[in-house]
Unconditional design. Sequence first.
Length: 447
Amino acid sequence: MNIFWLAPAVRIGLVIALALVGLILSGPVMALAVLAAGLFGFVLIQLRYLDRLCRWLRQPDIARVPDGWGAWGEVFSELYRVHRREQHVQARLADALKRMELATQALPDGVVLLDRDLRIEWCNTVAERLLAIDRVSDRGRILTNLVRYPGLAAWLGDGSVGVPGQPLVFETTAVPPAFLSLQVAQFGEHDRLLVLRDVTAIERTESIRRDFIANVSHELRTPLTVINGYLEHMVEGEIEGVLRTRAVQVMYDQAQRMNHLVEDLLTLSRLEAGDNPVIESVVDMDSLVLGLLEEGRSLSAGRHRIEVKAASIGLRGSADELRSAFANLLSNAIRYTPAGGVITLRWEAAEDGAVYSVSDTGIGIAAEHIPRLTERFYRVDRSRSRETGGTGLGLAIVKHVLLRHQASLLIDSELGRGTEFRCVFPRARVVGLPAGTLDPASAPPAV
């Protein structure tokens, strides 16, 4: 029987009992020897368990918790239970952290965690894209060293840049440039949470709104200035006879110009209204194109040769909207084609639908202007556009009409060689389209 595997109190009692027996039977020397040997063995056992405990604490492993008897068994069992609870807590925390990270990654906005020195602790993928940083390699780096914007460090530090409490909006140096809105919130003692939002579309819309108001004001101010000037002279009696008749004619022309501008603005507003569905019918494209031919000849006054090539296929849509769009393309061709030039109207079947096109032998358009031609009031040559009577809204109207008919506008042009505008309609809107009809022309760049 090994007494060292018994409980400590029992072991001590046995050692003392043996010592007393030895004292009685063999004298004090033998008793002390037995007592010393028992105590030495007891200490060795404790040191053995203590060594096991120390080694396990250096490298905790729930699958390798030491075994023991008596009090040590209780100690090791409690260690097992405590370590098991810690593992469960750590697993729950890791799962919560993972879910939080996934939720943050799913946000449409960028999120960056900064320490007191503006060093990056963590960021989501949206922030990586917006700020052009890497959450792995740039972790621990100072944000203001990676994002170059004057005053950013001051704004992050004490909000001294911009309006207090308002987001900081700045333009990035990326290609193409983007506008970012930054908001910062402090948490903890010195940490900061930076929230980023891409407001490029909002800023562009605001820019378009500002430009629109400025352009409308400018377009209306010019004819109003002319009309008011003549009226002042007429009221004061400074214009009489033939000059008075000429002044009335000029005022009438300027009033017509304003009227056309207002009509185009109202047309655009109606086309953009979400509660204004297309009133569809089967449009007789032969009659529509022939009507456009007569209008074009009247507007050209014999200065151009206008040709027509029309296929006998119909189109489902709004006759008024389509006529407005096609007439704008034709009037543009007449305005920008010198006398003696040729303008051709075509309505023909294509591979997946049908195409209405207007081509001319005019002055042409430089390639850098083509992507912006359908913007409101955008003009390649502002002075020439006003001389020819354009409002700057014609191609914007064309774009919106085509969008309402699920069609697209393609533009092909070359300076000095002429321009071709192609309105491509889907097969679903074409009536009487022959099967297997192909468009021999290659498609130019889309706008």
